[in-house]
Design a protein around this ligand. Sequence first.
Ligand code: DHB
Length: 308
Amino acid sequence: MYPTTVGGLRLNNCIYNAAGVWDTTKAQLDELANNKWCGGIVTKSITVDERKGNEYPKYYFADGYSINSNGLENKGFSYYKSNKPKTTAYFYSIGGLSNDERKHIYTEYQHETGSGIELNLSCPNLGNAGPAYNPHTLEDFLQTFFEKDSYHQIGLKLPPYYFKEQFEDVGEIISQYPQIKFITCINSIPNCLDFDINNNIPTIKPHAGYGGLGGKAILSLGLANVNRFSTYFISNKLDIDIVGCGGVTSGQDVYKYLLAGANAVQVGTYLWENGPNVFESLTKELDLIMKRKGYYSIAQVPVYNSNV
Ligand code: DHB
């Protein structure tokens, strides 16, 4: 087990679920909470009211990648509040269909011991995809979001970025808000398409077959996003945690995220496909690597600095 902290919350292990995976119903949340290898829980991205989400089929998996367009199926904020498991660090993923709704849920949130917020600014499957895709809309959003009181410490779930300047722009914006204690990189890659060649149609139904790409295929983009931000935060002496997410299917992948600068790692597609037993196997695989290197804590993993 490799304990860590994310945004001030203590996790008994550095591996847990990605928002949207195994976290929609009370039964799923309890299953994660009762799994000692799962270091924390993020909820499905939440709206104020319950939503059924998009029509089926809305998820497709092939070896190496997944495409999803769930459409924010969730049971509404109060459900996730009343079904909060007591045993483990619990992050509300605030989704929302608009910036107003995000702000509304944030205002309703009352801090409970052991809980935090992962503010999702990057859902790729909605008309209004979220403000983090563009530094200008991100800046405008954060300004309004934190106006007047800025009560809680939070984290941001970010989309993938591609160019060094984007990381610098977003890093600089984030650095102006001391309430932001962690970021989670990356959400799925938006606007991806695949075909079912037997039937000559896309593999998923919503949005004409376009959805978010996850799974193994996005590992190196996830590592790059974590490392660009990690390098930026280190150079600018910013104490902001990074949660790595995208493409983890082995303890080696977890270790790679630690090298890139993450201090925790979330699992999405691999958890969806294989269920919560993955937390034990990933931890044991990570453990072999750590032991081989003589490390007993994730703080000993030498974070790669790409500022060369
Ligand atoms: C959904 C997908 C996402 O990647 C996300 O960040 C939020 C919601 C969805 O389709 O439900």
